[in-house]
Design a protein around this ligand. Structure first.
Ligand code: PLP
Length: 382
């Protein structure tokens, strides 16, 4: 049994050894991908091979993949539609990089509420679209709805939303950063016009992402300069990072079948946690979720205490969204679901991955059970 149990895959997944090997190989390619000489062409070929692999993860065309510096940048680029009047709608549980609104002014953004299970209220979206967007009139709707939430894992009805959005001539962006590599994704089936991805969530390197968009959709570049990425994102490409992203995407696509085993481990963890503390709440537990994610709280506990206690016991999990780790503040996702602050403050996120084993679950349950018991006793004594 290894010395630590890493159960924070939604924060970042460990780099896959095959990715590291491919990246080390790519570091030896020294040409600039924009150069016409042999060295440049070698770098270009490496990027284009990776582009095809990333496109394949979504069943998209390689030409429609724009490499970016991360998922955050992909979201920012998506939220910069070209020319015309737009009104933006986004779910209240989007990642902060979407919630900022990108180039939309705050007055042009409407937040779509979610149910207590953490799923977007589709009726609200439909009625907003019907109220504001009659075909051929007014501003076009730009809707951003993530495939899966990073805190709860709750899967969102992207395909159904796409139908309503397209019926009024709108555009749908989906942040698939957490879903990619964990559930099968197909751009056509999703109905999304723009999809954001991030390499490090699926075993690739940190600092590489992509925005994948349909041919008919255009975005306003955020970074201008050279003609890279078909003039949609200037800057010399991060060749080794992009190569690593390609390999990670290829492996993730091939290993989607392993999600069932990961879900079994996650379900066992929840069942046994509920046996230890029947008062525990599993958020979004009743609905389809990512197979690897469990967000739970024991009322009266503080996530901070649990995360530190678990860390000392050799288990890495996070509290709230913890995208920028160390941050411990009330989760906007749980708030949007109407979870009482005294419950939300105890929420921890356990996220499994390809390297998770039954021994990791045992270590988590041992440490978590001990902490919960200790906290219960100190509350009684107080
Ligand atoms: N979108 C979601 C749903 C995320 O969970 C994250 C990171 O946690 C991001 C976007 C940002 O991705 P990156 O870390 O590559 O900027």
């Amino acid at each position: 049994m290894s010395e630590r149990s890493y159960l924070d895959y939604n924060a970042t997944a460990p780099l896959r050894p095959e990715v590291r090997d491919a990246m080390l190989g790519a570091f030896a390619i020294h040409g600039n991908p924009s150069s016409v000489h042999a060295e440049g062409r070698q770098a270009r070929a490496a990027i284009e091979a990776a582009r095809a692999k990333v496109a394949a993860l979504l069943g998209a065309r390689p030409d429609d993949v724009i490499f970016t510096s991360c998922g955050t940048e992909a979201n920012a680029l998506a939220l910069a539609p070209v020319a015309g009047a737009w009104r933006c709608y986004m779910s209240a549980i989007e990642h902060p990089s979407v919630l900022t609104g990108g180039r939309f002014s705050a007055s042009d953004v409407t937040r779509i509420p979610v149910t207590e299970d953490g799923v977007i209220d589709l009726d609200f979206l439909a009625s907003e679209l019907a109220r504001h967007h009659f075909v051929g009139q007014g501003a076009r709707p730009f809707v951003s709805l993530m495939v899966a939430n990073n805190e709860t894992g709750a899967l969102q009805p992207v395909t159904a939303a796409a139908e309503s959005v397209h019926a009024v001539g709108g555009v749908l962006h989906t942040d698939a950063v957490q879903a990619a590599g964990k559930v099968p994704l197909d751009m056509g089936a999703l109905g999304a016009d723009l999809v954001s991805l991030s390499a490090h969530k699926l075993g690739g390197p940190k600092g590489v992402g992509a925005l994948v968009l349909r041919e008919r959709v255009q975005v306003e570049p955020l970074i201008r300069g050279g003609g890279q990425e078909r003039r949609r994102r200037a800057g010399t490409e991060h060749v080794s990072g992009i190569v690593g992203f390609g390999v990670a995407a290829e492996i993730a696509a091939a290993e989607l079948g392993k999600a069932r085993d990961i879900a079994k481990l996650r379900d066992e963890l929840e069942t046994r946690a509920l046996a230890i503390a029947p008062e525990a709440i599993v958020f979004s537990g009743r609905l389809p979720r990512l197979p690897n994610t469990s967000c739970m709280a024991v009322p009266g506990t503080k996530a901070e205490t649990l995360v530190i206690g678990l860390d000392l016991a050799g288990v890495a999990v996070s509290s709230g969204s913890a995208c920028s780790s160390g941050k411990v503040e009330a989760s906007h996702v749980l708030r949007a679901m109407g979870v009482a602050p005294e419950v939300a403050q105890g929420a921890i996120r356990v996220s499994l991955g390809i390297g998770s084993t039954p021994a990791d679950i045992e270590r988590f349950l041992d440490a978590w059970g001990t902490l919960i018991k200790r906290l219960r006793e100190s509350r009684k004594a107080a």
